[in-house]
Design a binder for this molecule. Structure first.
Ligand SMILES: [Zn+2]
Ligand SMILES: [Zn+2]
Length: 299
C-alpha cells in the first residue's frame, strides 16, 4: 500500500488541533448563503428556458471545468501525477478556479490532508462524520478556511499560483459575467449557475459516495471504493479505491475496462506535447490482486 508518511507538524495559518474535532461547529454563513443562492438561481430556468447556446455553455463548462478539477487540481496539483509547462500549469489552475471550488493551493492542501488521514481522525471530509458533512458541510466550516502551507511547499514556489489562489474568486465572477454577456439571464442561469451546481455535486460525490458505495479491490485501510457510475460521472475519479492505493498515478482506472476519461484526455495532451511523464501504477500494484473479471471467472 502506497500511503504517504505522516505529515509534517502543521505550521502556517492553521492551529495544530484544527479540523480534528467533530463536524458542524462553525459554518461560514456568508459562503453557505452564496452556495444556496446559486442553487436557488437554477430554478429561474423555469422563467428563462434553456436555448441551444445556454445548454452548450452548461454542458461545455461542466465537462471542461470537471477536467480542470480532475486532471488539474487533483491529479496534477495534489498528486503531481504528470509534468507540464509553467504556462499550462497556470491554465489548469485557471480551469480549477473557474469550477468555483476555491484556489489550487487551498484545494491541494486539503486533499493531501484527506490522503494523510483517510477516514481517520484528522480527515477533513470523511463520511464517518456524516454523509452531508463529507459531501459539502466541511467546505463551509471555519476550520477549513485556511490553507495548510506546510502541505504544499512544492506549489508555493510559483508566485503566479499564490497570486491566483488569493484572487481565485475573480475567475468564476468573470465566467458568470461572460455567460451573461453571451446569452443574457439565460446564459447566467443555465450556463453558469446550473452548470456550477451540477459540477459541485459531481465533484463532491467522490468525498461522500466514493467512500461509501462500490467495491474495494485493495485493502487500503480506509472506506474508499471503486464505482463505475461515479467514474463515468467524474471523468474517472470513481476508481477511488485504486486511487487511495496508489495515488501518484495519472490513471485511476488501472485496467483497460476501467473507464477513465480524464486519463484519456491527458494521453491526448501528452501526444500533443502539452503534458509529459504521465505516471503509471508500478508493476507491483498489478501483482497484488486479481483483477475483477478474472476473479469472477475463477468463481
Ligand atoms: Zn478519498
Ligand atoms: Zn487524491
Amino acid at each position: 500500500m502506497d500511503r504517504r508518511p505522516d505529515p509534517a507538524p502543521e505550521t502556517g495559518r492553521v492551529a495544530p488541533t484544527a479540523r480534528v474535532a467533530g463536524p458542524w461547529q462553525r459554518q461560514e454563513w456568508l459562503s453557505v448563503g452564496i452556495y444556496w443562492a446559486i442553487h436557488a438561481a437554477c430554478l429561474l430556468v423555469f422563467v428563462t428556458g434553456f436555448g441551444w447556446l445556454s445548454l452548450a455553455l452548461c454542458l461545455g463548462l461542466f465537462w471542461l471545468r470537471l477536467f480542470g478539477i480532475t486532471a488539474g487540481y487533483h491529479r496534477y496539483f495534489s498528486h503531481r501525477a504528470f509534468k507540464t509547462s509553467r504556462v499550462f500549469q497556470f491554465v489548469l489552475a485557471l480551469l480549477g478556479c473557474a469550477a468555483t471550488q476555491k484556489g489550487p493551493l487551498w484545494w491541494a492542501s486539503h486533499h493531501r490532508r484527506h490522503h494523510a488521514f483517510s477516514d481517520q481522525p484528522g480527515d477533513t471530509h470523511s463520511p464517518r462524520e456524516g454523509f452531508w458533512w463529507a459531501h459539502q458541510g466541511w467546505i463551509f466550516d471555519a476550520r477549513a478556511h485556511a490553507t495548510e502551507v506546510a502541505r504544499i511547499p512544492d506549489l508555493l514556489v510559483h508566485p503566479e499560483l499564490v497570486w491566483l489562489d488569493r484572487w481565485h474568486v475573480v475567475v468564476p465572477l468573470a465566467l458568470a459575467a461572460g455567460c451573461f454577456a453571451l446569452d443574457g439571464l439565460r446564459g447566467l442561469v443555465v450556463g453558469f449557475c446550473l452548470s456550477t451546481t451540477l459540477l459541485w455535486h459531481a465533484t463532491y460525490t467522490i468525498n461522500s459516495l466514493a467512500h461509501r458505495f462500490g467495491s474495494q479491490r485493495y485493502a487500503t485501510g480506509d472506506d474508499s471504493r471503486n464505482n463505475l457510475w461515479l467514474a463515468l460521472l467524474t471523468l474517472g475519479e470513481g476508481w477511488h479505491n485504486n486511487h487511495h492505493h496508489y495515488m501518484a498515478s495519472a490513471r485511476q482506472g488501472f485496467y483497460w475496462w476501467e473507464i477513465d476519461i480524464a486519463y484519456y484526455g491527458l494521453r491526448a495532451l501528452a501526444a500533443l506535447g502539452i503534458v509529459r511523464e504521465l505516471r503509471e501504477p508500478p508493476a507491483r500494484v498489478y501483482q497484488q490482486t486479481v483483477p475483477a473479471p478474472e476473479a469472477r471467472r475463477a468463481a
